[in-house]
Write a protein that binds this ligand. Structure first.
Ligand code: SAM
Ligand code: SF4
Length: 324
């Protein structure tokens, strides 16, 4: 559907859980996390109902995220069911990859179309320092597994933090011979991330060019469909993308909404605005009424994020509660 700023909204990011098996320092505290009770998160029946109605409003692509989506039981069957919904063309996932090696075959068999794997570094010690867990080898195994199974849409997401994982040469070498998109995401000032300094992506681009040569823009519509701007390095099979949410606001082409694990339809990553879909569903709204509420909420999606504005304008939810 089209919102009041003439943007076509066709993508929903669905967070399946606020729980996670890592504790990345910029995302989630080590302890003291109040987990949502099972009764507070949407059941799969409720998730499917919302996606089915969103599909009737023009949503075509679904991304499953979290917390860590692969720790929610029954996700393989959920993927299969979403794939069967009329109007849904692609189901993809963002994962930390810890459970990927053991689940890859089932996920692909269920119809998962693509995976964004979060990988901030290829240095096991730095990985552990950031994520507070000793899981680096398992994540790498997961990556190798999906590539060996022939999954085509594989993207690696790295959030470079100044003086922590700002040496990305190994990650770049990884895509020399692999058809994978390596994306650098600017750290957004959400929750714990405010205590960290993201490496400016303009600095990163300069460093990459000094070491690896010119970054040549890729102009294809497919490559430019999302917020990332993609480039190629001479002699490399994989592409490099940059998502500069702050340096280069892309809100005018935003095509997405988000559904949190507790059933809140978030209209913008930064803004608190949205719709308490769970309350409406559990209050007994029928499909037609619910669809009207969903479409009016989406129509009123905010114009742009307020990460560069006053902190009070921003949502208090943390990244693991929203899903990125
Ligand atoms: N647990 C899964 C994972 O890590 O891929 C999915 C959820 S996680 C919140 C989704 C993505 O958000 C990860 O790639 C993570 O690096 C990114 N992220 C978390 N906090 C961020 C922040 N403040 N700014 C930018 N990206 C962030
Ligand atoms: Fe977990 Fe993903 Fe947040 Fe890391 S970024 S703590 S893996 S939700």
């Amino acid at each position: 559907m089209i919102d009041r700023f003439n943007r076509r909204i066709e993508y929903v990011r669905v967070s399946l859980t606020d729980r996670c098996n890592l504790r990345c320092r910029y995302c989630m505290p080590e302890s003291g996390v109040t987990k949502l009770a099972h009764s507070e998160i949407l059941t799969y029946e409720e998730v499917l109902r919302v996606i089915r109605l969103l599909a009737r409003l023009g949503i075509k692509k679904v991304r499953l995220t979290g917390g860590e989506p692969l720790i929610r039981m029954g996700i393989v069957d959920l993927i299969r069911s979403i794939k069967n919904l009329d109007g849904i063309e692609r189901v993809v996932m963002t994962t930390n990859g810890v459970r990927l090696a053991s689940m890859a075959e089932q996920l692909i068999d269920a119809g998962l179309d693509g995976i964004n794997l979060s990988l901030d570094t290829l240095d096991g010690k730095i990985f552990q320092a950031i994520s507070r867990r000793d899981c680096f080898d398992r994540v790498l195994e997961g990556l190798n597994k999906i590539l060996s199974l022939g999954m085509r849409d594989v993207k690696l997401n790295c959030v470079p933090l100044a003086e922590i994982n700002d040496d990305v040469d190994d990650l770049i070498e990884l895509i020399r011979d692999r058809d994978v998109k390596l994306r650098f995401i600017e750290l957004m000032p959400i929750g714990l991330a405010r205590d960290f300094k993201g490496l400016p992506l303009s600095t990163l681009r300069d460093r990459i060019e000094q070491k690896f040569g010119r970054l040549m823009p890729i102009d294809s519509t497919e490559a430019q469909a999302g917020p990332a701007k993609y480039f190629r390095l001479n002699g490399f099979v994989g592409a490099i993308g940059f998502i500069d949410a702050l340096e280069d606001k892309f809100c005018s082409t935003c095509n997405r909404v988000r559904l949190t694990a507790e059933g809140f339809l978030k209209l913008c990553l930064s803004a608190p605005a949205g719709l308490d879909v769970k309350r409406l569903m559990r209050g007994g709204l029928d499909d037609e009424q619910l669809m009207l509420r969903l479409s009016s909420a989406i129509y009123n999606k905010p114009l742009e994020h307020a990460f560069d504005g006053a902190i009070e304008l921003n949502d208090r939810r943390r990244m693991y509660q929203v899903g990125g």
